[in-house]
Design a protein around this ligand. Structure first.
Ligand code: MD3
Ligand code: FE
Length: 203
C-alpha cells in the first residue's frame, strides 16, 4: 500500500514491517560506535533531536554551518558503515518509486523524544539534487509537514508511522518539509521515541 504525496514523492506504508526489529538492531549497532548527540545550529540553538550518522559522509551542524564530513567529530574516526540491510531496503524502495542508480553514501539517524520537532527546511547540502532521498521511520508516529518551494507556502500534513518508507526526488527534491512535535506515547520496539533515517547520496 502506498500514497502518492506528489508527482515524485511516494509514501510506502509499513514497507519495513517484516524487518523492523533487525533494522532497529542494525541502528543500535551503529550508535554504539558513533553515539547520539545534540547538534547546534549555526545560530547557536541546540536541535531538539539527537543525531548520529553512518556511511562515507555524516551530516553535521555547528557554529561553522551545515555540511557533510567524512569523520565523526565525537570519535575522531570515520563514521560506521551503513548496515547492509539498510542499503538493500533503501535501494529497493527507491527503485519502486522510479529512481534507478541510487547509491547511498550517507545515512542520518535522528531520534525524537516527546516534544522534539524539526521546523520547515530544505535539504540542500548534497551535491546532486537529481538523486532521491529515502526516509525510514520507526517507533512513535509523527505529523509530517509537506510544503512548497518557499518557507511561507502552505503545507499539507501526513502521518509518518512505524516502518513507513518515504521516497522523494526530482522536482520535489527541494521542497520545504518538517515534522511537528512528537507526542508523548510508548512504542513496543522503541519505547518513548521515534527514530528517523534519511538515506542519501551526499557526495
Ligand atoms: C520531502 N527529517 O532529517 S524525513 C531531515 O521525518 C528530515 O524526521 C524528517 O527532514 C523526519 O532532514 C523528514 C522525510 C523527508 C525528508 C526530506 C524531504 C521528506 C522530504 C525533502 C524534500 C521533500
Ligand atoms: Fe529534511
Amino acid at each position: 500500500l502506498s500514497t502518492q504525496i506528489s508527482e515524485q514523492a511516494t509514501l510506502f506504508h509499513q514497507f519495513l514491517l517484516a524487518d523492523d526489529e533487525a533494522l532497529i538492531n542494525d541502528i543500535r549497532g551503529v550508535l554504539k560506535l558513533s553515539p547520539l548527540r545534540h547538534l547546534t545550529t549555526p545560530s547557536g540553538h541546540k536541535m531538539s533531536v539527537k543525531s548520529s550518522s553512518c556511511g562515507s559522509y555524516g551530516w553535521l551542524s555547528d557554529k561553522h554551518g551545515y555540511r557533510y564530513q567524512n569523520t565523526d567529530p565525537v570519535t575522531g574516526q570515520p563514521w560506521p558503515d551503513i548496515p547492509h540491510r539498510i542499503l538493500v531496503k533503501a535501494t529497493e524502495v527507491s527503485r519502486l518509486a522510479g529512481f534507478e542508480n541510487f547509491q547511498p553514501d550517507s545515512c542520518l539517524i535522528n531520534v525524537y523524544t516527546p516534544g522534539a520537532k524539526m521546523g520547515l527546511h530544505q535539504d540542500k547540502n548534497e551535491t546532486d539534487f537529481s538523486k532521491p532521498i529515502v526516509s525510514f521511520s520507526f517507533g512513535l508516529p509523527i505529523t509530517f509537514m509537506w510544503g512548497g518551494f518557499k518557507r511561507s507556502d502552505k503545507y499539507q500534513k501526513f502521518s509518518l508511522q512505524h516502518a513507513d518508507a518515504l521516497v522523494w526526488g526530482g522536482k520535489d527534491r527541494l521542497r520545504y518539509h518538517g515534522v511537528q512535535q512528537l507526542k508523548e506515547a510508548m512504542h513496543p520496539l522503541t519505547g518513548r521515541c521515534r527514530v528517523n533515517l534519511t538515506i542519501r547520496q551526499a557526495g
